[in-house]
Design a protein around this ligand. Structure first.
Ligand SMILES: Nc1ncnc2c1ncn2[C@@H]1O[C@H](COP(=O)(O)OP(=O)(O)O)[C@@H](O)[C@H]1O
Ligand SMILES: [Mg+2]
Length: 348
């Protein structure tokens, strides 16, 4: 029997709420993961594009062009990679940027691919520079140059690979080099989900998990899930516990509200770390201040703030990114109950 994972730490809860997967919790992700485009809610343009490309590739009996999926955590990148492989009728191999440290790690993986396989590399922006260059020729013409031996006896041999499709995911597309990015024939960005799509996702997940949710309860979870399916699913799982303790058979808006309050999630879906970030900006006169200053003030890593928290804060108008640094946006001032400074006419 699998050992029960230890309860998550405060830090892990924060990250999970922002959409990051928790190590012990990815079972939930897997259970709720859509397996076909039909089950994959929303992202209509992206789905239409992918379905068209897949249809065309299948008709030509060729592997699909390489795909780059970018967007904040929890929006469905890993899910889509699996769906692409399934719809192509292809095998699926999966790894991640940090796991590909040395070229040898990559070579072993590439030479093991069957014709048409989908190779999924998560967090592709974390791949080593040398490994990245190996990947270029593999992506361009399904060949890699491998250097055998060291010193005077060293020689390069070319290894032919089976044609394959690289599906890469990243939360930080901006960190990819131009030459790397241009090698993906199908670059797609995932956008935050609207409340209606999230309601559908909550309903779907509730059905799978056998949880009863009424309309207002589903809407409450959807509205506060910061546009992120993974967050909506986590909320659902948590408020089910509240419903059980209250001996309520159904997750209502009231039960949902109580559960979310326990998680430190406010009316707008902001959690403690979000509010700490806004508070850090307020302490510095509303900004602009550098990411580093924010990181030090809230005690979180710069990368995490930039990848996990900021995209939502920026898109909601809570934070603005300017050439001089981050500053509070109109919605940020509203949350803090502080009046924005006067000298910015036209902004508010
Ligand atoms: N479009 C969607 N429809 C339904 N569920 C989704 C959708 N996108 C994501 N999910 C759910 O959210 C979870 C996280 O998705 P995932 O693909 O792991 O995100 P990412 O790889 O972008 O971090 C999945 O387990 C899935 O249950
Ligand atoms: Mg993922």
């Amino acid at each position: 029997m699998a050992k029960k994972p230890p309860p998550p730490s405060e830090d892990e809860i924060q990250r999970a709420l922002a959409g990051e997967a928790l190590p012990g919790d990815d079972q939930l992700d897997r259970r709720l993961r859509p397996e076909s485009f039909g089950d994959f809610v929303g992202q209509d343009d992206l789905k239409r594009n992918l379905q068209l490309y897949i249809q065309a590739a299948r008709a030509r009996k060729e592997p699909l062009d390489h795909v780059l999926l970018s967007g904040p955590p929890g929006l469905g990148k890993t899910t889509l990679a699996g769906i692409i492989a399934r719809e192509m009728g292809a095998g699926f191999r999966s790894t991640s940027g940090p796991a590909l440290e040395r070229p040898a790690d990559l070579v072993g993986l590439l030479t093991g691919l069957e014709p048409g396989d989908v190779l999924f590399i998560d967090e592709i922006h974390r791949i080593g520079t040398v490994v990245e260059e190996y990947l270029y020729s593999a992506m361009d013409d399904f060949k890699i140059d491998v250097v055998i031996d060291k010193g005077p006896g060293a020689r390069a041999i070319k290894i032919d690979l089976k044609p394959f499709t690289l599906v890469a995911a990243t939360t930080r597309e901006g960190l990819l080099t131009g030459p790397f990015r241009s090698r993906f024939g199908i670059p797609e960005k995932l956008a935050y989900y609207g409340p209606e799509d999230l309601v559908r996702i909550v309903r779907r997940s509730a059905g799978i998990l056998g949880i009863e949710v009424d309309d207002a309860g589903a809407m409450e979870l959807a509205r506060r899930a910061r546009g992120t399916p993974r967050v909506a699913n986590r909320f659902l799982k948590r408020v089910r516990d509240v419903a059980e303790v209250r001996r309520a058979g159904t997750v209502t808006a009231e039960i949902a509200g109580e559960g979310l309050a326990m998680l430190g999630v406010d009316e707008r879906g902001l959690d403690r770390m979000d509010r700490q970030i806004l508070d850090a900006l307020r302490k510095h006169g509303g900004g602009p201040i550098g990411l580093k200053t924010i990181a030090v003030t809230v005690g979180e890593e710069e990368d995490t703030i930039e990848e996990v928290y900021e995209p939502f804060l920026i898109q909601g108008g809570y934070v603005q990114k300017t050439p001089k640094g981050r500053r509070l946006g109109p919605a940020g001032y509203q949350v803090l109950g502080v009046k924005p400074p006067k000298e910015e006419p036209g902004l508010f």
